[in-house]
Design a protein around this ligand. Sequence first.
Ligand SMILES: [Zn+2]
Length: 311
Amino acid sequence: MGYQSPVQGWLAGDESFFSLCSRIHRASGHRRSDVTCSMLFGHLQLGRQHDFPARLGYFAYVTEGRFGDALQLLLRTLFPYFLAWKPRAVAEELMPRICDDVGGDAWRFRIRTAICGFASDHALKLCPDCVAEERRRFGVSYWKLPHQYPGVWVCSVHGRLLWIQRRVRERAGGLSWALPTLETAVPVGQNINEADLAALADFSAFCVEAMSRPQLSAELRVQEIRLAIDTLRLSPEWRPRKRLEDAGRAYVAHVAPFRLAPDMRALPSESRLATTWLWTMRFGAWQRLHPLILLSVAHWLRAGRDECADG
Ligand SMILES: [Zn+2]
């Protein structure tokens, strides 16, 4: 007997994989999350991680591919956000391993994302206005993948700060499936001023745009960053190191509003660390840096270019 899905398909093109599974859980009427987990992933725990779920291949098999194959499902998780910065060959080798994984690779992947002081935990985020609209439209709200990207804190449709939803632990100890609900969500940065909100909104849009073409291999993007650093309009008579120090100070000022967001507090507040990162990037070791560093540097350089064009 084939698998009978209680949900018809994706609610929207930007729905996350975790959202789909949470809707299946709700529609199936299971009280416990581990029952749904066993059904979808053949395991009591794996698959429930909203950012890096394991066993996507198993899910695609039991659902008979009606929501896509494992690699298509992977595109609706946070894996591509991090994989995009790996050399193509490495990413291509990792993806099938993550899809078939029984836990190890997805788990190791999480550990490796904790670099440069950035946490490996990723908040589940929602926009209260989107939640209200979706309830009216679909009768249920869903998780939007772009809202889950690290660095994204402002809804592009409603221009308001995203809220964080805490995931509930069930009695059995595992995390529950969850759909967005304001009752268990907490607002972020309520006293933020207009200029900082605008800066966060611009960076949010930048991150989403970067992820709309993750195949545009990071190598290209990093090449672009390195070229841009080389051509910074900073006192050309100075030695490169001195120029980078100056650039570091400008970068610190640029990311100051970003540091108001919970997942970006590791961005530098002083120029020495910033200079070290720019130096690392300039000389090719960018793979040791967190994607938020690369994205924020690219965003800062773009702002500089725009200024240059306006002037
Ligand atoms: Zn919204």
